[in-house]
Write a protein that binds this ligand. Sequence first.
Ligand SMILES: Nc1ncnc2c1ncn2[C@@H]1O[C@H](COP(=O)(O)OP(=O)(O)OP(=O)(O)O)[C@@H](O)[C@H]1O
Ligand SMILES: [Mg+2]
Length: 674
Amino acid sequence: MIQLQNVTLRRGAKVLLDGASITLHPGEKVGLIGRNGAGKSTLFALLNGTLHEDGGDFSLPAGWRLAQVAQHMPETDESATDFVLAGDERLARLNAQLAAAEQSGDENPDDAASGMAIAHAHSDLQDAGAHDARPRAEALILGLGFKPDQLDRPVDSFSGGWRMRLQLARALMAPSDLLLLDEPTNHLDLDALVWLESWLTRYPGTLIVISHDRDFLDAVTRVTLHIEGGRLARYGGNYSAFEELRAQQLMLQQAAYSRQQDKIAHLQKFIDRFKAKASKAKQAQSRVKALERMERVAPVLAEADFTFTFKEPANLPNPMLAIGQARFGYRADDGAETPILAGVNRTVLAGQRIGILGANGQGKSTFVKTVARTLPLLDGQLTEGKGLTIGYFAQQELDVLRPQDTPLEHLVRLARETGQHGTEAAREQQLRNFLGTFNFPGEMVMQPVGQFSGGEKARLVLAMIVWQRPNLLLLDEPTNHLDLATREALAVALNEFEGTLMLVSHDRALLRSVCDEFWLVARGGVQPFDGDLEDYQRYLLDESRRVRESPAPPFATDSIAVTIEPARASGQKPSQPALNPTEQRRLEAQRRQQLAEHMRPHRRALDQAEKRMQALGGERAELEQRLSAPLAPADIAEAGRRLKAVQDELARLEDDWLQHSSAIEALENNAGLE
Ligand SMILES: Nc1ncnc2c1ncn2[C@@H]1O[C@H](COP(=O)(O)OP(=O)(O)OP(=O)(O)O)[C@@H](O)[C@H]1O
Ligand SMILES: [Mg+2]
């Protein structure tokens, strides 16, 4: 039994747990949830003994074996299987004992003691499950998505995401009574995720898992621990059950309730707007689903206090980018090339919203990194439109942050690099205000980012991207670490963004709600994907069947890329990069620019209406609350009158809102932009 009695836990000046008391029983499958920075990882630090309680009592059964995923990137040339096998420390120790006993047996063949030691070691190994340890390790590795021919490859030949998967396999390999998993799904694709779900439901020990993925939590957990504002609460049930209970609790609070109603009304408008489109486009159909889902989570998200917007880009070059006959990949110091993608011809236009799909390891990040210019192109052209400003969110987003520096220092550096002027003091105040809008209050602005939680770091990187005022957003897995409310804020901001978006994400809800088209990175090339996410899931299934049935590795080599490339691409003469466009393209560009100009006033009006609606919504909630308390008759009349006025204005604004959004809708349809 794990017990916390009146436990207080601090980090720096923050009180993360204040008088927390809960009990967890052996074998329970527990989801640990809460906003970014609420203290989930810190609670793990208490459970695994790296941190001690500042007050109260914490106890864990003596002798419990604990397993958890190491957070560092493994650097070793051990084979993948050996690395995972070593997760079972007892087995490793017994193997070492056996080797030592055998060695001393070899040196003194007549020594009875070493004979005994060898016999003991063998029987201990038997107890520890040595006979099938290797196949068990291999099953874990394969389950997490590796190919059979990768089992013996050295660990450091894998990319970061794959090495973290090996860390996960290693933790699962360790026999344990308590398994702690901190956001295990961040590095997984759909197949591996489903496999992990089923492995965890069969795990016999006590499991505590931190995750922001509701589907995953629902599949695996039966108990939910929620941290909020220093309080730790236990709910019997999975995430959805928690959400329902929590929603009921919120309903009881008048203020929270009306906030939530506003949000639902707002979402409903979006749904209505897109429903009209649903008859026409598949994509729109998917959005309706996404929005219906958003509506269901609304009760809990109603607590969300965070929204942000991307600044309007200074200009929109069209095309943004032209990629011609390009080869993407890596070049070693000795000049040897490892091509990942070849024969890539694509143009990125102003205002496109492209979701980039492809299984892990197919080259999505390589593609995005090259477009962001952090990796050189191996061959071909990558031509940028004039005035292109890229906002790049790298998958390893922590890399761009300096752990010793504060958020303010990060932004000061950025402002200096982008040549923004003004007096130091004025600039600092401006930057502080800006950080404030990203939920970094006064004291956090001066705290080294190394101490931040994963989600807080990711939020800071987002803020830095917004600051740069990009017209092309390249986002590679931006939602890892972000809590649900912040993901929601990101989706809203991306929907309002006027520039071009290229997004890699395994967050299906986000892809659905912000992308209009998909590109597929697979089999050594980049092609438009004709379909929606459901089609993509079907494609993945077919693809994994194909890979299983064919001995050829799914990785890109030049020859594979050429043979599988559709005839259209290989049959064409090497096309000029499209910056010197054909007449048709020029017209297309012109049309889009005109369209953007027509849309702008509507977007602006929408924006204004929304801001005003938000302000009025707040006032309405306040008035309703005032009216629910005992008041003098004169005050009641006064508050009632004001409430009526507020409601009338809100109704008017809602009409405006709908008119402008249908105008935008009509413009989009006319332009054939589905
Ligand atoms: N060494 C430290 N000194 C000061 N503050 C810290 C330190 N470590 C963490 N914090 C703060 O404590 C809070 C809780 O951090 P923790 O990592 O537990 O959050 P979390 O719930 O796991 O968040 P996330 O969902 O983003 O992973 C954060 O606000 C973080 O900035
Ligand atoms: Mg954390």
